[in-house]
Design a protein around this ligand. Sequence first.
Ligand code: THU
Length: 134
Amino acid sequence: MTVDIDYVELLTQAKKASEFSYCPYSNFPVGACVLYESKKIYTGSNVENVSYGLTLCAERNAISTAIAQGEKTKIKAIAIYSPKQVDCLPCGACRQWISEFAADDNTKIILEDENKKPYVLSLKELFPYGFKFN
Ligand code: THU
């Protein structure tokens, strides 16, 4: 399914979400904005916990929000942003989560480069051999 992807707008929304981050332990805010085939977007920020391992990443927060709000279509793109890190790549757990709900291998992962321009990768590039169960 063809859906126009506005990379700059998705990054802008990810940036806004990073401002809501709860990260008193790492002081490393992250925001994510996920675009679905429905053309709806959902945002999330990282939420840390005094028991560090319970921390929720921004990407999984955004995807969980989409599910909780009844989203049934697949992910076309996800933008990820941290004010502390150029090209803020998703962790391995978040790559597996994105893969679970991705439209296909061409689903886009959008980061911001050192010139503040969108830097776009495909899920296939970032997560070529994910776990499958069949
Ligand atoms: N973090 C994310 O939100 N997404 C990732 O893909 C990697 C890491 C968060 C978790 C933690 O709150 C902070 O970044 C530092 O690891």
